[in-house]
Design a protein around this ligand. Sequence first.
Ligand code: PLP
Length: 366
Amino acid sequence: MIRERHLLGPGPSNPYPEATSALAQPLLGHLDPEFLRIMDDTCEMLRTVWGTTNSRTLPLSATGSAGMEAAFVNTVHPGDVVVVAVNGLFGQRMTDVAARCGAEVVAVEHEWGHPVDVDRVLAAHPAPAIVAAVHAETSTGVRSDVAALGAALRAQGSEALLLVDAVTSIGGIEVRADDWGVDVAYAGTQKCLGVAPGLAPFTIGERAFERRVEEPRSWYLDLGMLGGYVGEAGVQGGQRTYHHTAPTAMVASLHAGLARVLDEGLDAVWARHRAAGEALQAGLQDMGLELFAAEGSRLPQLTTVKVPDGVDPAAVRRELLERHGIEIGAGAGAYAASVWRIGLMGRNARPDTVVLVLAALREVLG
Ligand code: PLP
């Protein structure tokens, strides 16, 4: 029997109970009419969460990284210039994925812990095919202003597609894909949506879909072929076709998680994350700890804290887990040993969780 943990790291987070219960429902076949209804509903709820009317909005059957691959492999033509704003590990990963898809990558490097500088990204190349950025950098706890990036691209008359990583933002902070001019975006289920890892909510607009690669190097993530999988109008006459076996239990779980989030209301969910994050950050500073992410750009759902001098960061994480059943994350990249990452995502964005983690940390730090 596995003892329950408080998953307060960079993800996965503890799922909403509704999402967990759904996993224990009778398993449905992937072409069962009941399942098709659940899938349709799930895509519709994802549109609301994304803030989009994109018909091509679906849960890809893999984790967030596959969302990233799907985004690039379907949109990068050989030799396309792709400008990537890099302010952490996941921006770095984007450069790798884009390059493997044949892009000429222009990486705009930022100091970790700081948000993306829109002017520098715009100035990086006169006519990129794609501009890519991470909305919520889980490696550093920083929010970047995707709305401003989209507005600046439009003001410049840029033809570039805007490609956004929303793995940690969706369901935690405001995301408005259509209003912000986002063409392609992907997310994950295991962070603020409060569902186990395993699916990648994905959305792509008309303009990006029309410019897509006809036969991408990935069969599994070919968005043209996936149209039949979700019964897209115009593909096979809207008939469902077998592409791969839908992970029906996971989709049912995501369905339940999304229903839970939308029941509460997106504004309320965002406010709950904001309140929890602010309380945690104030509490940590009251303890004399220093935050890593730049003030004004701190994510409420993922807080980065500097490890105090003379403290063994791994020993503290181990004690939190062993004594209190609390998982927090180490830092990422060069900050692996100097930063902790504390997540308050989805169900965990609550005042009692804030009190719990602060008390446990205070005790362990002595
Ligand atoms: N992008 C961001 C911002 C993430 O935080 C993560 C995971 O932590 C990923 C991409 C990759 O997602 P996954 O680990 O689900 O493949």
